[in-house]
Write a protein that binds this ligand. Structure first.
Ligand SMILES: [Zn+2]
Length: 102
């Protein structure tokens, strides 16, 4: 990953760019310590991303970002959810084995 003076802002910017691309409208995107998850999405539209993502590859970041943003449109990991995820992050299933929830 490119080094930046503001890695947290960069991650948020990346998530905002995805939100535009996916045509979803998160109320707020925050980056914070999370121990058991890589990210979460509340029903009120708050998307939270684990700060540890800064140490992960951009592809994995994209996977978690797209996954959480898609929860603004689909509550469950159903067929449509997985189809849209596959369209934007091909090969995402390889990430399923990482030992945290998304
Ligand atoms: Zn999920």
């Amino acid at each position: 990953m490119k080094s930046s003076q503001y890695p947290v802002q960069d991650l948020r910017r990346r998530a905002l760019a995805w939100a535009i691309k996916l045509k979803v409208n998160p109320r707020v995107i925050r980056v914070q310590e999370m121990r058991k998850k890589w990210g979460s999405c509340s029903s009120s539209g708050t998307v939270t991303l684990a700060i540890d993502l800064l140490d992960c590859s951009e592809r994995f970041q994209d996977y978690v970002i797209v996954h959480e943003l898609l929860h603004l449109r689909y509550e469950r990991h159903g067929r449509m959810f997985k189809a849209v995820l596959s369209a934007h992050v091909p090969g995402w299933r390889e990430f399923e084995l990482r030992n945290r929830e998304v």
